[in-house]
Unconditional design. Structure first.
Length: 88
């Protein structure tokens, strides 16, 4: 890859060629650093107190939702067995 730099003052140019290793490092810097910084920022933003997520109210709500789902599954199993028995 050839890189050409142009001077503002005199309009002079300077060029140099990047080898495969230099391109890999440049790509890692140009793409890896912003992705890493964004990931770090998201982790810092979301690294709040974990106890906010699992307080007594949320645990109770999850337990109620789970019991409702278990009841629906049991009802679906009964319906499926009744239909299977009717087909026999």
């Amino acid at each position: 890859m050839k890189v050409i730099l142009v001077s503002k003052r005199h309009g002079g140019t300077r060029s140099f060629t990047l080898g495969s290793w230099a391109r890999a490092v440049l790509s890692a810097c140009l793409f890896g650093l912003p992705v890493g910084a964004a990931t770090w920022g998201v982790m810092q933003y979301s690294a709040g107190d974990a106890s906010d997520l699992f307080n007594e109210d949320s645990v109770q709500a999850w337990s109620e939702a789970l019991s409702q789902q278990e009841q629906k599954i049991a009802e679906a199993e009964r319906d499926a067995e009744n239909k299977l028995a009717a087909l026999r």
